[in-house]
Write a protein that binds this ligand. Structure first.
Ligand code: SF4
Length: 285
């Protein structure tokens, strides 16, 4: 397989080599568990059945899951094992939540062909996706839980090595919204799109541009503003982002979202605590 699963387009044969995401053509996961700290319509009553995939096609310098995105923590499992994990989670969770799945989307589809969950399947992504892959995933995925990180190409290049992040993420988001109109039942999301924006220190102006764009193009989308940023990974190499966000930055952005008439979830500032980061392991099953 000459991999072009993500916008990096490495084109390498992952049966013999690895590309930017650092992963072979074999599923690798670092944790699967019930997660209670997603948006209320996702964690709902029983919790979200999260599966954390190792490697990453974006690799933000401040990644909150740095051990798995860049340090390759995790265990290689078969497609059949992944299908068994889906079944196990499906029995006890309110949904199946695929965290950082982009570089394994082909194999995840195979696992979902073996076991089709009765609960919604969530594709939980950094947002740097090909619209064509979003389309391919559509029959297997019910909810796109997607980040929208940057407006500025300079910032997306500096912190995520992707100058075209905005350009690519906007096309992917258009496709997600076209394919998955929101459906809720008793407060649980059954289908739809949630756009997450993580507030970064000192980047309030860029965040405002992201929110303005969303308000101008997708005013009715369910927005989730995240305040949980904790300096992690390589953040110490970038002094301007090597701290948590301040109450002032948080308030400014929340006020701005309200002013724009955006609706959704606003994470409490007290969420900036590493206890929300699950424990990752090389032995998962
Ligand atoms: S999924 Fe990995 S190998 Fe494939 S194009 Fe993206 S970064 Fe490259």
């Amino acid at each position: 397989m000459n991999c072009k699963l993500c916008p990096r387009g490495c084109g390498i044969n992952r049966d013999e080599n690895i590309g930017f995401c650092g992963q072979e053509n074999k599923i690798k996961i670092a944790n699967f568990s019930l997660h209670m700290w997603e948006e209320p319509c996702i964690s709902y009553e029983k919790g979200s059945g999260t599966v954390f995939f190792s490697g990453c096609s974006l690799k933000c310098v401040y990644c909150q899951n740095y051990e798995i995105s860049s340090e390759n923590v995790g265990q290689v499992i078969s497609i059949q094992d992944l299908a068994k994990i889906f079944k196990e989670l499906d029995e006890k969770a309110d949904n199946i939540n695929l965290v950082n799945p982009t570089h394994f989307s082909n194999l995840i589809i195979e696992a979902l062909k073996i076991y089709k969950p009765k609960n919604p399947v969530i594709y939980n992504t950094h947002g740097y996706e090909l619209a064509s892959i979003v389309e391919k995933l559509s029959p297997y995925v019910d909810i796109f839980l997607t980040d929208f990180k940057y407006y500025s190409p300079e910032l997306s290049l500096k912190y995520s090595g992707a100058k075209d992040y905005f350009q690519v993420a906007t096309k992917a988001l258009d496709k997600m919204i076209e394919l998955k109109p929101n459906i809720f039942k008793d407060g649980k999301m059954l289908q739809g799109v949630i756009v997450r924006h993580l507030i970064l220190p000192n980047l309030t102006e860029d965040s405002k541009k992201v929110l303005s764009y969303i308000a101008s193009k997708h005013k009715d989308v369910t927005l989730s503003i995240m305040a949980q940023y904790t300096p992690y990974g390589r953040a110490k190499e970038f002094p301007e982002i090597n701290r948590k966000i301040t109450a002032r930055e948080y308030d400014e952005l929340i006020d701005y979202a309200v002013e724009l008439g955006l609706d959704g979830y606003m994470q409490e500032l007290t969420s900036a605590d590493q206890c929300y980061i699950p424990k990752f392991s090389n032995k998962v099953i």
